[in-house]
Design a protein around this ligand. Structure first.
Ligand SMILES: [Zn+2]
Length: 296
């Protein structure tokens, strides 16, 4: 079952990664590099292609049992038009309405599937991670931004424009900090790394325990609303802020969920750390490809 392989690509604001991943979710080979900060849209696209081709060459050179990938899966920052036909990642200023899917498909000559990176990570955690086997769960990232993917009845929610799961814009402080979306007190405006730095004058890595716990409380508040609205009892949280904050964050997040989830169907909801770590984004991008391909 592991013989079928896809090329997985993760496009982030600070780094690019690509890897060949098999149908069991094993990363056969990979490469990564920084996201270029100089040059325009084409310079970034060239860098994406370079890291993808490097990963393919590594597989051909030293991947045991390497076969040619049959598709490409991509995780990229949102927002985007459905299927990644035009991507405008908030944290990648040079791409606005960039036709990522069609350009990569033409360049690599393979069926190509693109999705939001947080939705891709939710797929990964549901496939092989902290939500493995769950039919109803939230996969979240609390990092430079706050995003997520929501799986209900075993299906990842897409929404009208493919952007379902933007948990970062659930309001957690009604009179809180202004948000890029035009609102105030969104989870992203309160709990992302840059928001924490702006609010408390301290980098997340150096944040004191009360800040760590407060961030957990706010994430728990947002999750509690989704638990009630969507009949979900599990949230797996990834991202450098959440995982870096560790125990104080997760204890506060779960305390808040317990406080707010007392209905018969919401009781017992839990927030757990994601477990795939650095492998998550590429496994998620591979899951996007496998989900896009016709079922065998
Ligand atoms: Zn917002």
């Amino acid at each position: 079952v592991g013989a079928v392989q896809v090329l997985a690509v993760d496009i982030g604001g600070t780094k690019l990664a690509a890897g060949v991943v098999d149908a069991a979710g094993t990363i056969v080979s990979s490469d990564r590099g920084p996201t270029p900060t100089q040059g325009g849209a084409e310079a970034l696209f060239d860098a994406v292609v370079a890291v993808a081709e490097s990963a393919l060459r590594r597989t051909a050179r030293d991947g045991a049992g390497a076969v040619a990938p049959i598709a490409v899966g991509v995780g990229c920052g949102g927002p985007m038009e459905p299927g990644g036909e035009a991507v405008s990642p908030l944290n990648i200023a040079v791409w606005r309405h960039f036709p990522l899917r069609a350009r990569l498909a033409a360049q690599l000559d393979l069926p190509t599937f693109v999705d939001n990176d947080a939705k891709a990570l939710a797929r990964a955690e549901g496939w092989l991670g902290a939500a493995a086997g769950a039919r109803d769960y939230i996969g979240m990232v609390v990092s430079t931004g706050v995003g997520g993917g929501i799986v209900v009845d075993g299906r990842l929610l897409e929404g009208a424009s493919g952007n379902a799961g933007h948990i970062g814009h659930v309001v957690v402080e009604p009179d809180g900090r202004p948000c890029a979306c035009g609102g105030r007190g969104c989870l992203e405006a309160e709990a992302s790394g840059p928001s924490i730095e702006a609010a408390f004058g301290v980098a997340p890595a150096d944040a004191p325990e009360p800040v760590r716990a407060r961030t957990g409380t706010l994430v728990g508040r947002a999750v509690a609303s989704l638990v009630s609205a969507l009949d979900i009892r599990l949230a797996a949280v990834a991202g450098s802020v959440a995982l870096g904050f560790g125990t104080p964050f997760f204890e506060a997040a779960n305390a808040e969920v317990r406080l707010r989830c007392g209905l018969s169907y919401t009781e017992g909801a839990v927030i757990v750390p994601a477990v795939l770590g650095d492998r998550g984004p590429l496994i998620g991008a591979a899951a996007v490809a496998f989900a896009g391909l016709p079922s065998p």
